[in-house]
Design a protein. Structure first.
Length: 204
C-alpha cells in the first residue's frame, strides 16, 4: 500500500514533469514559429528583390511609401551609367538592360533611341562618360537630377570636359519602379528640359 507521503511525492513529480514538458513544447513551438517567420521573410525577399548585373540595384520599392531618398539617388546613378557611359560596343548591351526598367509600352521608343545613339557614336567613333558630382533627389515626385563631368572622345581625341546636368524621371506601378524619361536639363532648373539646337530647329 502506497503511503500518503509517497503518493504526494509522485503527484509533485508528475506536476513537475508536466511543467517541464509544457515548457519544452512551448519552446519548440516558438522555435518553429521563428523558423517559419524567417523562411517566409526569406521567400518574400527573394520574390521582391530583383537584381541587375551590377549586383545591387532592385527595381522594386515599397508600394505604400515609394522609394527612399537614398534609393532614388542610387537608382539615378545607375541610370546615368546605362545612358551616359557608352561606346559603340556597349550602347546596344546597355540599351537592352535599360529596357528592363521601361514598361513594354515604351520599348519601341527605347529601341529608336538606342539605334539613334548607336549610329551617332559609330559615325564619329565616339566614346562618352559621365561622372556625377552632385545629386538633386526628389523622391516624392519620383525624380532625380545629376550634375557632373561629361567627357567625350571622338576617334580617340578627347573633347574638353563639360559640366552637365541630366534629369531622370520615374513612375511607380504598385511596387515596381520604372524609368519614364531622361534628358539633359538646366543646371539652374535641374528638372527643366534643356533646349538643344535640334529642338529649336524643329520648333521653327
Amino acid at each position: 500500500m502506497t503511503s500518503p507521503i509517497a503518493a504526494k511525492n509522485t503527484i509533485a513529480d508528475t506536476k513537475s514533469w508536466l511543467s517541464v514538458s509544457l515548457l519544452v513544447n512551448a519552446a519548440q513551438a516558438l522555435a518553429i514559429i521563428v523558423l517559419l517567420f524567417m523562411f517566409m521573410s526569406a521567400r518574400k525577399a527573394e520574390k521582391i528583390v530583383q537584381q541587375t548585373p551590377d549586383g545591387d540595384r532592385s527595381r522594386w520599392i515599397s508600394e505604400s511609401s515609394g522609394p527612399s531618398r537614398q534609393k532614388i539617388i542610387d537608382t539615378g546613378f545607375f541610370m546615368s551609367s546605362l545612358t551616359l557611359d557608352v561606346s559603340p560596343g556597349s550602347v546596344k548591351t546597355k540599351g537592352e538592360l535599360l529596357k528592363t526598367w521601361i514598361p513594354a509600352s515604351g520599348w519601341d521608343v527605347m529601341n529608336r533611341k538606342i539605334q539613334k545613339a548607336s549610329l551617332a557614336l559609330e559615325r564619329i567613333g565616339g566614346v562618352q562618360s559621365f561622372n556625377p558630382l552632385f545629386a538633386t533627389p526628389d523622391p516624392e515626385r519620383l525624380r532625380i537630377a545629376l550634375t557632373g563631368e561629361f567627357r567625350q572622345w571622338v576617334n580617340g581625341v578627347p573633347i574638353p570636359t563639360e559640366t552637365r546636368t541630366y534629369a531622370y524621371i520615374f513612375t511607380q506601378d504598385g511596387s515596381r519602379l520604372y524609368l519614364a524619361d531622361w534628358f539633359e536639363s538646366s543646371k539652374d532648373k535641374p528638372f527643366e528640359k534643356l533646349k538643344t539646337e535640334n529642338d529649336e530647329t524643329a520648333g521653327k
